[in-house]
Design a protein around this ligand. Sequence first.
Ligand code: NAD
Length: 478
Amino acid sequence: MTRITIAKGDGIGPEIMDATLDIIKAAGANLEYDEIEVGEKVYLSGNTSGIANESWDIIRRNKIFLKAPITTPQGGGYKSLNVTTRKFLGLYSNVRPCMSLHPFVETKHPNMDIVIVRENEEDLYAGIEHQQTDEVVQCLKIISRPGCEKIIRYAFEYAKVYGRKKVTCFTKDNIMKQSDGLFHQIFDEIAAEYPEIENEHWIIDIGAAKMSDTPEVFDVIVTLNLYGDVLSDIAAQIAGSVGLAGSANIGEECAMFEAIHGSAPRRAGQNLANPSGLLEGAVMMLNHIGQTEIAEKVQNAWLKTIEDGIHTYDIYKEGISKEKVGTKEFAQAVISNLGKKPSLLKEVSYAKEGALNLPKYIKKPAAKKELVGVDIFVHWNGTNPNELADKIQKLNNDNVKLSMITNRGIKVWPDGFSETFCTDHWRCRFKPSTNGVLEKKEILRLLNDAMIENIDTIKTENLYNFNEKPAYSLGQGQ
Ligand code: NAD
């Protein structure tokens, strides 16, 4: 018996949750429920996070959370419950299977069957943003070794347990050599541990184009947070079934399962909504908690129901569908198909170890880290980089010298092009005169002298070598 937390959410949430629970109960799911309130009512009662503190206690105790969609009230100040839940509970892995149900649900890609495994906690979604000058804001892209290792290992373990043949990594490491480069490098390291699974890497732009055009060449895709966010919506859409897809958010301790669609308020309370998305989330949940046979039974009955042409309004199509049904009738049809298998759609057969058992991240020994320079970012309203260089070079001393100025990453001094457009945000790179190691106190001295010279410094970034290798990007054009 597994005790889980459920939340019926808003809009069509309660109807699709009831339908989902009816189906999995009839299939023999061995579950007990604690129900909590999340969403609109909680937001409007003045709680900007959409969830009460006591509810967190229940979620953390039960560890497994099946959540119906919620309505986020319009207007500022309300925080996304999904983002908060992912971050608080460390749900690092977002798993979204996107499979076409041809010929029963219309799609241009009849043979599509992919699973997108998206990193869920870091990247640009760390939400660390600052305005630094009149003209420039920045958003930090945070990529960590533990974050990469966990998500990539998850993708390979998923492929192994679910009998998938290939894992494809999508990055943009031709441009972001440090951040996306780390993701790619760790992908190669971990792929080597799974010789039985094919692996490949695509640059995200052409990879996304290929996926939109020929999704059948992909199997499991693992990628960073932002790319995964965009790709997984495209994948669900081109599978023809945004309303049919579920997703899992998996952490080391806790996990949350849901439909990918929202609360569709206009359809609420009319017995119209399709419960399939949440049901697919519940199937992933049953697999995750090891109730694999039940998951299999529910999934095959659901495929059979789709195949029988018993369709809710959203996928009903004259000529293909046989009967237009409501939420409750659809659930009843799935229940009466329990134990049956689809004949045209591929029946599922999950391995008995449906629950993935991933090792905890092991900290690596610290590398040899040497400070070899500093980038000092400056807010300056002039336009001629040579003028700025004259000002900044006053900070040079015997130990450290200005070596380069860039604007939005492109080198503008020395030997810049007059055509390069410059903003008011300048990166001034200082390197030790001897090309050796820089003492940290030199950075403080530089900042102090800059203040005396009326130079508006806005931030610094230390330049390091890790194990003798430079671990920072060069200026473009350098
Ligand atoms: P939506 O997904 O709720 O609806 C988009 C369209 O799809 C609508 O036309 C709707 O009728 C249809 N639809 C969606 N699910 C359906 C289903 N199960 N059966 C039949 N038709 C279905 O997106 P929206 O209208 O942009 O958002 C409505 C609310 O949902 C907003 O408050 C939004 O913030 C919230 N939302 C919540 C989640 C979540 O809780 N995970 C996700 C997305 C949006």
